[in-house]
Design a protein around this ligand. Sequence first.
Ligand code: 5GP
Length: 189
Amino acid sequence: MLSGPSGVGKGTVVAEVRRRHPDVWVSVSVTTRRPRPGEVHGGHYHFLTDAEFDQLIATDGLLEWAEYAGNRYGTPVAPVREQLASGRPALLEIELQGARQVRARAPEAQLVFLAPPSWGDLVSRLAGRGSESADVQSERLRIAQAELDSSGEFDVVVVNDDVSRAADELVGLLTAPSPDLHQGAGAHE
Ligand code: 5GP
């Protein structure tokens, strides 16, 4: 499971994983956020209405869900179960509250934190994306600071200094045998 602050490049790293490692299965989340230009339904997300999202929660259809900067996001549970049952690794790209829920429900899940090379780098990437208003950007930066503070809760920190390198490191973690995932985790708990 990959988490990390908004603007760190999680989406770009996951896209690179898909491109270079098509064998890795990536979960498609549901969200009540409106699509950004270029985002397609069923590609980046399944874009749902509030009522549809409520329905998924009511029917226990989500592995986890969270509210983030005014919208809701969640991971449909059935496809994840199918993947894990067939023995293939599943990659989830989710924010901190969702990562904590997955940790509680599936302690064996590996939590990877994608970190920016520096705070300044994160600020300029978030501003440079240009897809959000100033208000939304500052809200996302506030959350990003809290998310950076939580990196100690994760099993591994991958620094996004180079997209291809970070993608390869992530796939290496996904496909490596993991006999002692939680070795050392006690230090944070
Ligand atoms: P964005 O609006 O930039 O696509 O995503 C906002 C945040 O929601 C990002 O931190 C992203 O990782 C997170 N996110 C995307 N899908 C999910 C999900 O299914 N569950 C949770 N908890 N967070 C998600």
